[in-house]
Write a protein that binds this ligand. Sequence first.
Ligand SMILES: Cc1cc2nc3c(=O)[nH]c(=O)nc-3n(C[C@H](O)[C@H](O)[C@H](O)COP(=O)(O)O)c2cc1C
Length: 364
Amino acid sequence: MSHSAFEPHALGQLTLSNHIVMAPMTRSRAVGNTPTELMTEYYRQRATAGLIITEGTSPSPNGLGYSRIPGLFDKKQVAGWKRVTDAVHEEGGHIFVQLMHTGRVFHPANLPDGAEGVAPSAVAAEAMIWTDEHQMQPQSTPRALLTGELTRVRDEFARSAKLAISAGFDGVELHGANGYLLEQFLHPQSNQRTDDYGGSVTNRARFVLEVTRAVADAIGVDRTGIRLSPWGVNGDMPHYAEIDETYAYLAEELQRIGIAYVHLVNHASMGAPALPARTVEIIREKFTNTLILSGGLHTVEAIDAALTTGHADLVAIGRPFLANPDLVARLKNGTPLATPDTSTFFSPGPNGFAQGYTDYPTAA
Ligand SMILES: Cc1cc2nc3c(=O)[nH]c(=O)nc-3n(C[C@H](O)[C@H](O)[C@H](O)COP(=O)(O)O)c2cc1C
């Protein structure tokens, strides 16, 4: 296997043109929770990434906890995403959708009519959340899912994964990281269940593994990946005693299922606790298919180190892709990188949604 960042990499049935993945990034431009023409343009501009992973996209109305995030559960959303995948494929790129069910991370003002915030337990995240109607608000308390409802939630993921394939996606990344529904099951603070889905390590991992199996059965193991954030604290996820044990077990079971990749988040570059090298090694030992590492890998040196000594098969890059649509060429040519404007990460600028989104130029 080649370790050069700019050489191809085989992922399932796909041949990625390089080892650089665009990390999933919520941009909150999906008015009405449906992908727009502007989003098509944004992803088209970034199609020289070896693989694009889309912004978090909900498989269910109940998972639309943030304002203006896209969904993938109805016909209009499938049609909108089809335009995006066609554009990326026309440019020779590949694209996975990240399925993100926000679970307890929500405010009722962000949810469509008839939807509700649901989670493993009725425990609110101690954090604030943006709403278009009332600006920042404390997060709300979710309703605990009944044991008998879990099959339906699992099936929402599998159905959405099938819709993803009909919308032209090359595969699906399950968002098992950053404090959303799947991680809420893994974590003993957000998961205080007393049924088979709470308590022990195996019980807390059960729902994540059932969803992964259902999605892999629906679309194929080679088109299924998962993102995980051991030691991450986003979404009010404090550290607990069995973190390494939990992820060692998960990694072993994910390998048994045989999915295409595990994608690990390290948010040290965003001021959060670092992902210890030890944890990466534990996961690497148990999970032998493609391992993607992400977080602060913004120079050719850092990328090469991750691909050689750091155990990564691919690297995912986030923020630099925002201001540098041609990031791969810039890294390859040593062209200086532009800095993204943080004020337009999740909201339009005074000139509208395109500002800080599709108006970053490629290098001259
Ligand atoms: C604007 C923005 C939105 C993000 N949205 C998501 C998301 O939807 N799903 C996700 O898994 N991570 C999300 N992240 C985290 C990134 O994927 C990535 O892990 C993080 O930016 C660290 O990588 P970097 O140092 O290369 O930027 C987001 C990050 C940013 C800056």
